[in-house]
Design a protein around this ligand. Structure first.
Ligand SMILES: N[C@@H](CCC(=O)N[C@@H](CS)C(=O)NCC(=O)O)C(=O)O
Length: 203
């Protein structure tokens, strides 16, 4: 088994955090996005979509999509549960995971990809207006998260889940997209500080 990874990219970070929470070690191979190694024939043979992370299994099969890779490890090693346990918990985690990904991670990624000079070769064409409209979308969702996090410690309830990983990694990445969250979002700040203090945040 081998995980194709990159130190600074947010999607691989989600998988590294997830593995750290589980205490699972997987051999990693770095893919250098800056030199467009993901588009070279060698990596394109691994993932024709030319994106990381990708998990190559011993059978030769390759899993991509960060959440699918995490789901695989959750099934292999259920403890600690990061996708919920009861029917209702699992549905809540799914709801928050999708909200975090579609309403928060995506606009932050779009703002970065469509404005940062380093992304010129990866995002063609770069659409400045898309970056501009994505920033307020991300901040609006941060306000919503703040209100939700005034009610409970984590997005999906009392325990830390993959939804927190997705939203935390997005929030951390926001500064590279020149997005700042208002100081008044104190519940969001409390939640972020708590997750930043977890050993997995350093993974
Ligand atoms: N939906 C995929 C997205 C993967 C993705 O976009 N990865 C970025 C790094 S964070 C990438 O490989 N970018 C390379 C490129 O755009 O050429 C997932 O959840 O894993």
């Amino acid at each position: 088994m081998k995980l194709y990874d990159s130190a600074f990219a947010p999607n691989p970070r989600r998988v590294r955090m997830f593995l750290a929470e589980k205490g699972i070690a997987v051999p990693m191979q770095a893919v250098d996005l800056a030199s467009l190694q993901q588009k070279a024939p060698e990596f394109s043979a691994v993932n024709p979509l030319q994106r990381i992370p990708a998990l190559a299994l011993d059978s030769g099969e390759v899993l991509t999509e960060s959440v699918a890779i995490c789901r695989y490890f959750e099934e292999l090693q259920p403890a600690p549960p990061l996708f919920g346990e009861s029917a209702l918990e699992k549905a809540r985690v799914e709801m928050w995971q999708r909200r975090a990904e579609l309403e928060f991670f995506l606009p932050i990624a779009q703002a970065f990809r469509h404005s940062h000079p380093a992304m010129r070769e990866m995002e063609k064409p770069q659409i400045a207006e898309l970056a501009q409209t994505s920033r307020p979308r991300a901040v609006a969702f941060a306000r919503f998260l703040d209100a939700e996090l005034s009610q409970r410690p984590y997005l999906a309830g009392e325990t830390f889940t993959i939804a927190d990983i997705t939203a935390f990694v997005a929030a951390e990445f926001a500064r590279f997209a020149r997005i700042t969250f208002p100081d008044e979002l104190v519940h969001l700040a409390r939640w972020r500080a708590g997750i930043a203090a977890r050993p997995s945040a350093a993974a």
